[in-house]
Ligand binder design. Structure first.
Ligand code: HEM
Ligand code: HEM
Length: 202
């Protein structure tokens, strides 16, 4: 038996954002490695900059215009409770603590870090784009921060992908929308019962 975990708008939000993120990462690395005098540089810079618009605007549009389940997911990811702290404590003590909602503390932390990284990229990206508005030292500092954020996001994403490959039912749910009901009950018991009684994703 299957249970629905992510509706179509949540999946489109996740994968469109992931796609633009990879585009920004590849073009960012190309900018970092390309000597500024090469002809290709302004072109890569332009495609990097243009991708920053959908990077921010597309998730916002999907959040506002997408399904109710997507908004519920985001609200839950932003809502920290004592249970999430207990979940982290359990992790430190190597005790398995039941997850009370749809997401565990680690997933909420991942979401928070992604939001912080996006804000950092937008701010530092703006400063290095509008170089002439700022002092040379400030621009250089923002280049360093922009690059450091790229390194941090590669580390975070590597962990995210490793966990997704490990929890393959979770991976199926972000691709096809559904996961195995037995797996869902074991990992997210409270959410499973709630979803069974009153399905949000149809
Ligand atoms: C709102 C999003 C973003 C904006 C507005 C933005 C903007 C920029 C700008 C204007 C540059 C400088 C181009 C130049 O003058 O050479 C740049 C460089 C770069 N960006 Fe972004 N960017 C964004 C997101 C990202 C993301 C998500 C990544 C990687 C995950 C990234 C990685 C890089 C790297 C590695 C460089 C090269 C910096 C260097 O040469 O030291 N950027 N970005
Ligand atoms: C190949 C790349 C990726 C894979 C395989 C992947 C996999 C997944 C999976 C399986 C989930 C669902 C977890 C659940 O069952 O609740 C998820 C959720 C999520 N993903 Fe990704 N993802 C990828 C790329 C990205 C990127 C690039 C970002 C952000 C820039 C991102 C941000 C998130 C966030 C914020 C969530 C919700 C919170 C969480 O579950 O950690 N993902 N991802």
């Amino acid at each position: 038996m299957k249970i629905s975990r992510f509706d179509i708008s949540s999946r489109i939000l996740h994968w469109s954002h992931a796609l633009v993120f990879f585009w920004l990462l590849v073009t960012g690395i190309a900018l970092f490695l390309t000597p500024k005098s090469l002809l290709g540089d302004p072109f890569i810079k332009m495609v990097h900059l243009y991708a920053s618009l959908p990077f921010v605007i597309v998730p916002l549009i999907i959040y506002l215009r997408g399904g109710i389940s997507t908004r519920n997911d985001i609200r839950e990811l932003m809502g920290w409770t004592r249970d999430d702290i207990n979940w982290f404590m359990g992790l430190l003590k190597k005790n398995k603590t039941d997850v009370k909602g749809k997401f565990n503390g680690g997933q909420k932390a991942n979401f928070l870090l992604v939001l912080l990284l996006i804000s950092g990229f937008v701010f530092t990206g703006f400063v290095v784009w509008m170089k002439s508005m700022f002092t040379r030292g400030f621009v250089e500092l923002n280049f360093i921060i922009h690059d450091s954020l790229a390194i941090l996001s590669i580390l975070l994403l590597s962990g995210h992908i490793i966990l997704a490959l490990h929890y393959i039912e979770s991976m199926k749910s972000i691709i096809y929308g559904e996961s195995d009901a037995v797996w869902a009950e074991e990992h997210y018991p409270d959410w499973f019962l709630k979803e069974k009684r009153n399905p949000v994703n149809r």
